[in-house]
Design a protein around this ligand. Structure first.
Ligand SMILES: *Cc1c(COP(=O)(O)O)cnc(C)c1O
Length: 385
């Protein structure tokens, strides 16, 4: 089936008992057994597995073209499960511009277990390959990246890792955080990734009403280890969270089209504004990743970043005058949001590191929602005035 059909139907079969067209929300922490050890539908305790989560996990796997899906209580809970694959002495290879929470997890949480993080000098396949050492066990990349919307050629990274073996004779696991593209626009497993991670809080949920995370893979060995951890550590979503995500996912393809339309309109407006120094939008032909994006993506998400003339004071001025676009963390919802990465999403970066990556004090990141572009532009016109 095509993507829009999968979004509506995958993992969302009518309830076999009642015919309900929505997956019932099973508020049950435990499941009655037939005598000793006789599981009726394979469920025993809801942390281990429950019908609401199982349905969502089928949906997530189908959308990424993967075999196995796992749902977590947040994107960070999903990331933690992946990092638990590592053992002391292992190295994570990553790129400079990744989500601030991932940076924090690597450098502030897993570092104390002697898991080191090597940041490749630049976001290119060559730089990723050059950063591989005999201890490299996990390669963690984002494309489009947060917040600068850099594009990394995923096939080239996967090909580059192909022949490499670490000290234990294994190829490092290649993880792509696909939150910004959403599965509607990009499927990293088909481009050679071993694992896809999502913050479902963003485009997948799409309505800013639920926090969730997901992992999808085709590798049974990885799935078994991650599933073990999911149950052992317990960072699972509630049945209500699973329902909200499935409900949101049904309109994902429709929403992404409007997000993209608004991003193009707003990016073009910003490019022509005298108070704007630079616009980052991979949909522009002059964006260095444009051709790669056309090759590996089916469109562009509603994300546009820009540098404002006037530094931090300029940003304060603009944020205080926005009336429709809300200053807030997060992205991917139906409502447009403005974020100041230096003090919000990427505050976990040390200041010098942040500047080196290009997250300057005058950088603003917009998540364009699904409103009418004219109203968004009107709002920006007033705020930038
Ligand atoms: C938000 C986000 C995360 C973390 O997800 P949570 O659901 O907030 O835990 C990870 N990666 C990216 C790219 C994100 O935007």
């Amino acid at each position: 089936m095509k993507f829009a059909t999968l979004a509506v139907h995958a993992g969302q079969d009518p309830d076999p008992r009642t015919g309900a067209v929505n997956v019932p929300v099973h508020f049950s922490s435990t499941f009655a057994q037939d005598g000793l050890g006789g599981l009726r539908q394979g469920f025993e305790y809801a942390r281990t597995g429950n019908p609401s989560r199982q349905a969502l996990e089928h949906t997530l796997a189908a959308l990424e073209g993967g075999t196995y899906g796992l749902a977590f209580a947040s994107g960070q809970a999903a990331s933690t499960a992946v990092l638990d694959l590592l053992v002391p002495g292992d190295e994570i290879v990553t790129v400079p511009d990744i989500y601030g929470g991932s940076y924090r997890l690597f450098h502030r949480v897993f570092k104390k277990y002697d898991i080191r993080t090597v940041v490749a000098a630049a976001s290119t396949p060559e730089a990723v390959r050059a950063a591989l050492s005999p201890a490299a066990s996990l390669v963690w990349i984002e494309s489009p990246s947060n917040p600068l919307l850099n594009i990394l050629d995923l096939e080239q990274v996967a090909e580059g890792l192909g022949p490499f073996r670490n000290a234990t004779g294994e190829r490092p696991v290649l993880l792509v955080d696909n939150t910004f593209a959403s599965p509607a626009l990009q499927n990293p497993l088909a481009l050679g990734a071993d694992l896809v991670a999502h913050s479902c809080t963003k485009y997948l949920g799409g309505h800013s009403d639920v926090v969730g995370g997901a992992l999808v893979t085709n590798r049974k060995d990885l799935w078994e280890r991650l599933k073990f951890y999911q149950n052992a550590a317990g960072g699972v979503p509630s049945p209500m969270d699973c329902y909200l995500l499935q409900r949101g996912i049904r309109t994902l393809p429709l929403r992404m089209k409007q997000h993209e339309r608004n991003a193009f309109r707003v990016a073009k407006y910003l490019r022509g504004h005298s108070s704007v120094e630079q616009v980052f939008f991979p949909g522009f032909q002059e964006h260095p990743g444009h051709r790669t994006a056309l090759k590996q993506m089916r469109g562009f998400p509603g994300m546009v970043s820009f540098r404002l003339r006037g530094g931090l004071d300029g940003v304060r001025h603009v944020f205080s005058r926005l009336r429709l676009i809300l200053p807030a963390e997060s992205l991917g919802g139906v409502e447009s949001l403005a974020c100041h990465p230096a003090t919000m999403t990427h505050a976990a970066f040390p200041p010098d590191e942040r500047l080196r990556v290009g997250i300057t004090d005058n950088l603003v990141r917009l998540s364009l929602g699904i409103e009418d572009a004219e109203d968004l532009i009107e709002d920006l016109k007033y705020a930038l005035g």
